[in-house]
Design a binder for this molecule. Structure first.
Ligand code: ADP
Length: 326
């Protein structure tokens, strides 16, 4: 017990609003518990290139409201090789870092899991991704903020869609997960969402057309999750042009605007709770778990479970969208 004296913290992979709130929480909770903190810049890359500095409480002042990540983030190919991870481990040893908190998505936690096994290093993961695609937590850091950015955009698109009686396909992020598209559609009052989870089940466009989605409306907004599985918004616009030329169709791809902005209250509170819990977990000698919140309770989820299991989309949400968009 109590063997950890110094915690390293890094953000990795895709950035997400709320990562700064998590960095602040981990740093302050660690210092509160008598631990030293080292900030590692540019994710795993900074471990390999030795971009590591000591963090005091003031290093994380005034950042809770900032989007992005003050630690920067990166994708690092070298870390996917045993040689690269060995260099990273040696840097940790040189700096006296004996536990690592990794804030990132699926890929970053996969890296943490492998690193932890290979070098017997305690690693704690925090779910940081706008995609919400990590199993074992109700939401991930950044998801709520991205959802609110989508709402803001769709509200504006609706004005022009209505004025011209147009059908809009709005492409949102999410990689292979449809949470942003589905909940974005419910919250913005869109007519439908096309999501990768249902790609193999039905032709979602045909279902949409057959449902007579324009019976009572002249304009429509359909959110499409970016994904190779769905083919994205352009793919559906092309299909409508060819198969249903009566519709006046347009496409908006929201893109990286979804990653930015000041985190919402939900994301700040989530990040603060998860960050504090990461240090609690280290103090309890937990290792190689992701911290999540399920049903408003902190949970420790083994990396293998968080990464390997697909987080299911609730059918109830799909039904709500269908029912309310008549
Ligand atoms: P995210 O964490 O947002 O899912 P990525 O999938 O790009 O982002 O992963 C971020 C980084 O995590 C990668 O650049 C790499 O350094 C590390 N990583 C991802 N997968 C692995 C793996 N299988 N083995 C080791 N490191 C990995």
């Amino acid at each position: 017990m109590g063997i950890v004296k110094c915690v390293g913290i890094l953000t990795s992979g895709g950035d997400a609003p709320g990562m700064n709130a998590a960095i602040r929480a981990v740093t302050r909770a660690a210092i509160y518990n008598g631990l030293q903190v080292k900030g590692i810049y540019r994710g795993y890359k900074g471990l390999i290139t030795d971009e590591i500095v000591e963090f005091k409480s003031q290093n994380v002042s005034n950042i809770i409201q900032l989007g992005g990540t003050i630690l920067k983030t990166a994708r690092c190919k070298e870390f996917t090789t045993p040689e690269g991870r060995k260099v990273a481990y040696e840097a940790m040893q040189r700096h006296g870092i004996d536990a690592l908190v990794v804030i990132g998505g699926d890929g970053s936690l996969t890296g943490a899991r492998i690193f932890a096994q290979e070098h017997n290093v305690p690693c704690i993961g925090l779910p940081g991704t706008i995609d919400n695609d990590l199993y074992g937590t109700d939401t991930t850091i950044g998801y709520d903020t991205a959802l609110n950015t989508i709402l803001d955009a769709v509200d504006k698109i609706r004005d022009t869609a209505t004025s011209h009686d147009r059908l809009f396909f709005v492409e949102v992020m999410g990689r292979d997960a449809g949470f942003l598209a589905l909940n974005g559609a419910i919250a913005s009052g869109a007519e439908a969402a096309i999501i990768p989870e249902f790609n193999t089940e039905v032709d979602q466009l045909e279902e949409l057309i057959k449902s007579g989605f324009r019976k009572s409306k002249n304009s429509s907004i359909v959110l499409v999750a970016e994904s190779e599985l769905t083919g994205g918004a352009m793919h559906y616009a092309e299909r409508v042009k060819n198969e249903h030329p009566q519709y006046d169709v347009r496409v908006t791809i929201l893109g990286h605007v979804q990653r930015g902005g000041s985190p919402t209250a939900h994301d700040r509170i989530l990040a603060s709770r998860l960050g504090a819990a990461a240090i609690d977990a280290i103090m309890e000698d937990q290792r190689n778990v992701m911290i999540g919140i399920e049903n408003d309770e902190i949970v420790y989820v083994p990396f293998s479970k968080a990464i390997k299991n697909d987080k299911p989309i609730k059918r109830e949400l799909v039904n709500v969208l269908r029912t309310l968009s008549i």
